[in-house]
Design a protein around this ligand. Structure first.
Ligand SMILES: C[C@@H](SC(=N)N)c1ccc(Cl)cc1
Ligand SMILES: C[C@@H](SC(=N)N)c1ccc(Cl)cc1
Length: 395
């Protein structure tokens, strides 16, 4: 029979919460069911890691290693078109693989469904709503910053992303989608990765896919690798050292508005001097461009030959043969540079020699948006927990 002290130590390691030694002494007769060691240790390490994180303590590497057997996963992020207007990832939603736009700027997982008029489904894969899985009385309605939107009803179904499974995910089946989504035959819906406080399901908010799976992952994080005119990845549960160079710089996130929101402390243009100014904004994979304060945008395009703020095209444009300079944001004291090439977004119309800038003003938005133009040269770790953080590294 192991000594009392060693038994207590084992219990502590297995993260058995609540059975303190004194309580155990009171319970004269008790038995511990013998369980297969490896199962318990793996779960034990995971629960110890979870407990340590819960109280803000650092998780020792040995416990992290033991816990790291979680069902982590990785999904591709494929540009929907030649200009990276958005990125699509395959997701198994109730047995049908849909192409969804992973969006760190919203919290609804919604998709085209057979509840819509069939005319809206041409060219799409879509969710087959099953009555037995319907969440009675629940509905959703979302509108996005660009004026697009969708609405419908809710089902509880299995969703799999890169081998990571949410067994009962709120699947928001569309009954109606806006013209932008009807015109976009590539996008079968969105998978929200902001904080669940932004979810639109009524009467009870639903949880995002990440919120549903994060405790089953080796680590409660996902990492975003969007690329310029090439497929990237969304990794769940682990950090992939092969996807970045140099050091990761972490910053705390302000979750009050439900976004991955943070403040950059300055910027520079080309190899110019750094201007110190606070730029509050959100990391957002669902927004194509980089929206910044007007003063910053004007300073940038002053360095671009032939640039002008066009009423015709609704933003800053310049000759496609201009070579826009690099743009650097200071984040957590580190310099995060966007290659100038990434800031030549696309011709304003097919074949035009006038190009639309990847940097635009945040006028009317109320905050800046660090969208795909910024993200597609970075490796960005989104870490949940008591104090959510973002980690940035250069790809
Ligand atoms: C947060 C994004 S929308 C999204 N990523 N789901 C956004 C908000 C407001 C404006 Cl004006 C433009 C874009
Ligand atoms: C304009 C629509 S659909 C599209 N442009 N393919 C859209 C996509 C993603 C978000 Cl986050 C918001 C709106």
């Amino acid at each position: 029979m192991p000594s009392f002290a060693s038994l207590t130590a084992v219990l502590a390691f297995l993260g058995v919460v609540g059975a303190t030694p004194v309580e155990l002494q009171k319970r004269k007769a008790f038995s511990i069911g013998q369980v297969e060691r490896k199962t318990y240790i793996k779960n034990g390490a995971k629960s110890v890691a979870k407990t340590l994180r819960k109280y803000g303590a650092k998780v020792p590497q040995n416990i992290l290693n033991a816990a790291n057997a979680g069902p982590n996963g990785s999904a591709p992020a494929v540009p929907a078109d030649q200009y990276d207007s958005l990125y699509l990832s395959p997701v198994d939603v109730g047995g049908t693989v849909l192409q969804l736009d992973f969006d760190t700027g919203s919290a609804d997982l919604w998709c085209f469904s057979d509840l819509q008029a069939s005319s809206q489904l041409t060219g799409h894969d879509y969710y087959k709503a099953v009555a037995s899985k319907k969440v009675e009385g629940a509905s959703w309605r979302i509108s996005y910053g660009d004026g697009s939107g969708a609405s419908g009803t809710v089902y509880a179904d299995k969703v799999v992303v890169g081998g990571v499974t949410a067994t009962s995910q709120a699947v928001e089946a569309a009954t109606s989608v806006s013209t932008q989504f009807q015109a976009d035959r590539d996008t079968d819906g969105l998978l929200g990765l902001s904080f669940s406080t932004l979810n639109t399901v009524k009467p009870t908010k639903a949880k995002t896919f990440f919120d549903n799976v994060k405790d089953s992952l080796a680590e409660p994080l996902f990492a975003v690798t969007l690329k310029y005119h090439a497929p990237g990845t969304y990794d769940f549960g682990f950090i992939d050292k092969s996807k970045y160079t140099g050091e990761i710089t972490y910053i705390d996130v302000n979750t009050a508005n439900g976004w991955w929101e943070f403040t950059s402390t300055g910027y520079s243009i080309g190899n110019g001097a750094t201007t110190t100014v606070n730029i509050d904004g959100i990391g957002d994979t669902g927004t194509t461009l980089l929206y910044l304060p007007t003063a910053v945008v004007k300073a940038y395009y002053a360095k671009v030959t032939g640039a002008q703020n066009s009423n015709t095209y609704g933003g800053w444009v310049f000759p496609c043969n201009s070579a826009p300079p690099d743009f650097t944001l200071v984040i957590g004291g580190s310099k995060q540079t966007v290659p100038g090439k990434h800031i030549n977004y696309a011709p304003v119309t097919t074949g035009s020699s006038t190009c639309f800038g990847g940097i635009q003003t945040n006028d009317g938005i109320g905050f800046s948006i660090f969208g795909d133009i910024f993200l597609k040269s970075k490796y960005v770790i989104h870490e949940a927990g008591a104090k959510p953080r973002l980690g940035f590294a250069q790809q």
